[in-house]
Ligand binder design. Sequence first.
Ligand code: TXA
Ligand code: MG
Length: 319
Amino acid sequence: AEDHRRTLHLAADDAALAQAALLLRAGQQVAVPTETVYGLAADATCDDAVAGIYAAKGRPSFNPLIVHVADIADVAAFAALSGESLALAQAFWPGPLTLVLPLRADAPISKLVTAGLETVAVRLPAHPVARALIKAAGVPLAMPSANPSGRISPTAAQHVLDGLAGRIAAVVDGGPSGVGVESTIVVAGRGDAIVLRAGGVTPDEIAAVLGYAPLRPDLSDEARPNAPGQLLSHYAPKGHVRLNATTAAAGEVMLGFGDVVGDLTLSARGDLREAAANLFACFHRLDAMGAMAIAVAPIPDTGLGLAINDRLRRAAAPR
Ligand code: TXA
Ligand code: MG
């Protein structure tokens, strides 16, 4: 059935934030700017509100959501934050890091958020609008990226409207997301740390805090947690993607980086921060151009390049 709800496009001023907080408290779904990508927020303590996220995105219910807090002290109400996880939180929050933590048995968090797991993913975002909204809502907010499931994550309010207009109550416009790739997901404890998703915080930065390098997940070990969402083919523009290309073949649109000049470029000066911030906007633009075949320049596999190459490999994966 068609949904004729109008999606409000709100400015990030005080009046709009108060209105967005009211919508969230009423169990509605509101898209919110964060420094990584736009999130689709709802009250994490309310089953109906969280169910509305899955419905709006068409997201499979076995893929759990990240709970977002405005203050590190707010975590204790629903999860255990200690040891290596606490050290990482103190080093990188607010910021693009998500920690997978033991869920408290009495946590007032909807079971739909954790998809029945005994752990919960938690993040304290750095974006001032996101933090102000979480504070104003007065509850932790569940927030996946604000895109239809399987589509490119949004780094601007217009991307959110392109994918979800009519399916959510509002989008708060905080301008383009500065980091541009999703948060790094880490599960730490027992003397090691595992990066479940490469993201805005690099393995080197994590190693500098812990004194040892984080590990990649061992997907064959079913006893250790992994990020269920990472198993899905994801992040793909509509066209076929070919990686590590230095020139475009006939019919291909070239996505450049550094010396490799393209029709579009991730960063003409070869800067990985700029490339991460531009990545999803370039994917959205390639879709808008109707690009059916896309050649992508090589990206160095260091620092933020690890997260960029993770997303590019998913974009190029068979679907
Ligand atoms: O940067 C971000 O993290 C953005 C912004 C909005 O905060 N959010 C985001 O959410 O990327 P989403 O839903 O697109 O990705 C969340 C990922 C999924 O891969 C999911 O499987 C994983 O987090 N996840 C959630 N809870 C988990 C848990 N308890 N254990 C392991 N992975 C979990
Ligand atoms: Mg997502």
